[in-house]
Ligand binder design. Structure first.
Ligand SMILES: NC(=O)c1ccc[n+]([C@@H]2O[C@H](COP(=O)([O-])OP(=O)(O)OC[C@H]3O[C@@H](n4cnc5c(N)ncnc54)[C@H](O)[C@@H]3O)[C@@H](O)[C@H]2O)c1
Length: 353
């Protein structure tokens, strides 16, 4: 049986990876310490998802592991000897990082190095997939000329008609403290590919989403927006008239991409991975869509101050990942994504209140 290590297995991406690979016959060791609760409070608690995985997937085993604990990570990887590592544990919030820079960097940069080095020592042939982020580009995407439409901003420069590709400079711009830690991790993952010849991949995520996100204001764009509508919580828009655009990819399509990379690995691969133009949506457009589904109007306030380093429009150019991994494409469009997230919050609502 093939062995998979998933870090951040209680989270959105980690839990999807567990389900996806379990259904394909893998043995799975999940590592998570529910630090999302520490970062975001009770509403960020991920234990419900851990318990769901433990109850559903017989070949899944949860390990209460803090990826900052270097020796524990070395022991863990040595014991499992994985064929594939999907590293999805993180402090994931752009905004929170400024309040907790040590924790942010220790988890996101230090934790990634711990896992890479453990993999090099004990499973050097393994495929290592790291969940990176479009925040490695800092606020440079905001230098692309824009045009203002009724409900969204869009790129005015035809060069970016398909979105941002992997050649965008990551240097000399504002990243947020979070973005810098993720750059360090991303470049280190590439380096273990280049320097040591390991099979590594950085997936620079747009907005990753799905029904198993514990969405909170500081992280999980669509999940939190939909939660606000379902639970009738006031949503705060920060700047850009609510016309800022995100591209949303279902966690299932992330899992499919990782499976194909495992089958066709490279060293030091880097791909932008979001929903692309087809799954892009602005905040105002998302308000309309969710209100139509639930019949509830969106309650919101407008704060005339954008978040530091926030993207105005971010659409991932998916050309490189499509070319490298034939057969991969977006399989879940925005209709499916909205339906699933609404249903999930409606089912969870009594527990959350
Ligand atoms: N969700 C998005 O929109 C998005 C976008 C781009 C990139 N990403 C990246 O994808 C990855 C997964 O994101 P997600 O949305 O699934 O996040 P998530 O918060 O849902 O899951 C992350 C998990 O990591 C765990 N964790 C945190 N610190 C830990 C530690 N020290 N040791 C062990 N576990 C720890 C948390 O408890 C949580 O369950 C992250 O690296 C994130 O930066 C996410």
């Amino acid at each position: 049986m093939k062995q998979l290590i998933v870090t951040g297995s209680n989270g959105l991406i980690g839990s999807e990876i567990v389900a996806y690979f379990h259904n394909r016959g893998w043995q799975i060791a999940g590592a998570d310490n529910n630090m999302r609760r520490d970062f975001f409070g009770e509403k960020g608690d991920t234990r419900w998802n851990q318990h769901r995985l433990e109850a559903t997937y017989a070949n899944f085993k949860h390990h209460e592991l803090d990826i900052r604990d270097r020796q524990a990570v070395l022991n863990f990887v040595e014991a499992v000897k994985p064929d594939l590592i999907v590293h999805a544990a993180a402090q994931p919030s752009h905004d929170l990082a400024a309040r907790r820079p040590f924790d942010d960097f220790d988890v996101n940069a230090g934790g990634t190095l711990n896992l890479l080095e453990a993999t090099r020592r004990f499973s050097p042939e393994a495929v290592f997939v790291h969940m990176s982020t479009n925040k490695v580009y800092g606020d440079r995407p905001n230098t692309i000329a824009l045009t203002e439409l009724d409900t969204r901003w869009d790129y005015a420069d035809a060069t970016y008609a398909n979105g941002v590709n992997e050649t965008m400079n990551i240097d000399q711009c504002t990243h947020s403290i979070f973005g810098v830690g993720k750059v360090a991790a991303d470049v280190m993952v590439q380096e273990y590919g280049r320097y040591f010849g390991m099979k590594t991949c950085c997936l620079r995520g747009g907005c990753l989403t799905g029904p198993n996100h514990s969405g909170v204001e500081l992280h999980g764009f669509l999940s939190y927006l939909i939660r606000c509508n379902v639970e009738e919580i006031e949503y705060s828009i920060y700047g850009y008239k609510g016309k800022q655009v995100r591209d949303n990819i279902h966690s299932f399509d992330v899992a499919r991409c990782i499976e194909l990379f495992y089958e066709h690995p490279q060293s030091a691969a880097v791909f932008n991975l979001g929903g692309g133009r087809g799954n892009s949506i602005s905040i105002l457009e998302a308000f309309d869509r969710v209100a139509q589904l639930t019949g509830k109007p969106m309650r919101y306030r407008y704060v005339d101050q954008p978040r530091v380093g926030d993207h105005i429009v971010y659409i991932s150019d998916l050309s490189a990942v499509r070319a490298a991994l034939p057969g991969w494409d977006i399989s879940k469009n925005l209709d499916v994504i909205f339906d699933e997230i609404v249903a999930s919050w409606q089912a969870r609502q009594p527990l959350a209140l």
